[in-house]
Design a protein around this ligand. Structure first.
Ligand code: C2E
Ligand code: CA
Ligand code: CA
Ligand code: CA
Length: 279
């Protein structure tokens, strides 16, 4: 038994060692990619079924490494958060978004897109210079806050509710839009929603993906939509992949849809060719 135990220890520390090395390697590469501006930003359009056109788009960071190829955000956002690289990464994303709006604002409006939503990680919102960095960035590209939405997650806000509300209000007062991302996955209840100065709720893909088969998911999405409507909030459904999902959500009162059924995340140039014909 003792030998077995020793082997276990050796085995675990080996894995741990490999994991740490992989993380350090990734951190090193990510730091380099950020300083080279080797990360790009894709846009995923959001479709308004009532207006029958795209209205807005979400910015999603993309990293194509020359050795390892495509590295998905779920692999490196966590590392960026742990190492503090998220601050530079976040500003890089915002800078590209400002550049898109400055250089291609007209082309985006032609296909219906009025603004771009940007994901915020925990730590970014609470960082000391975040607000002033954002305002400086927008000013330097002559972008108005009305063209930007920040998507925040529940878990971020629950860390420090009062400060989060204060910071969010600061952005709201400037005219930014705020969205509650991944709604329903956190540990807060619908009642918390009222506290935060958000304009919009994004229903998490996990509640959408098994519609129409899963009765419980249908109940949950309907409840989120009904509650958001009562609170006067806009609603965006994430990860809509089928016409059945879209029709169900529309019947429940959700107008705005984001997902592969309508459009995948794409380089900005591709958005100029979008056509909205889903009837
Ligand atoms: P998220 O904010 O929930 O973004 C939605 C994710 O769902 C994106 O994954 C998007 O590509 C994917 N998606 C959209 N429609 C569909 C669909 O119909 N089916 C399926 N299966 N997936 C769909 P992505 O781009 O891999 O990003 C993953 C997560 O990484 C994001 O989740 C977000 O939390 C984070 N992330 C991405 N870009 C940024 C960024 O610039 N900053 C920060 N802080 N986080 C980011
Ligand atoms: Ca998001
Ligand atoms: Ca999500
Ligand atoms: Ca997420």
């Amino acid at each position: 038994a003792k030998d077995f135990g020793r082997n276990q220890v050796v085995y675990f520390s080996d894995t741990l060692d490999k994991e740490i090395k992989a993380k350090v390697h990734l951190e090193h590469k990510l730091r380099q990619a950020i300083s080279d501006e080797a990360l790009t930003v894709y846009l995923q359009p959001q479709f308004d079924a009532q207006k029958n056109r795209f209205i807005w788009a979400e910015a999603l960071v993309r990293w194509i490494d020359k050795d390892e190829g495509f590295i998905p955000p779920d692999k490196f956002i966590g590392v960026a958060e742990e190492t503090g690289l998220i601050h530079d990464l976040g500003l890089l994303v915002l800078r590209q978004v400002c550049r898109y709006l400055q250089q291609h604002g007209k082309a985006l409006r032609l296909v219906g897109i009025d603004g771009i939503a940007v994901n915020l990680s925990s730590r970014q919102l609470f960082a000391k210079n975040f607000y002033s960095s954002v305002m400086e960035m927008l000013a330097s590209y002559a972008i108005s806050p009305q063209q930007i939405e920040f998507e925040v997650t529940e878990s971020l806000l629950m860390e420090n509710t009062e400060q989060a509300i204060r910071l969010m209000q600061l952005f709201k007062d400037q005219g930014f839009r705020l969205a509650m991302d991944d709604f329903g996955t956190g540990y807060s209840s619908l009642a918390y929603l009222k506290q935060f100065p958000v304009d919009c709720v994004k229903i998490d893909r996990n509640f959408i993906k098994d519609i129409p088969q899963d009765e419980q998911d249908k109940e949950i999405s309907s409840a989120i939509i009904a509650m958001a409507q009562k609170l006067g909030l806009d609603i965006v459904a994430e990860g809509v992949e089928t016409i059945e999902q879209s029709e169900f959500l529309q019947a429940q009162g959700c107008r705005v849809m984001q997902g592969y059924y309508y459009a995948k995340p794409m380089p900005i140039e591709q958005t100029f060719n979008l056509t909205a014909d889903f009837s």
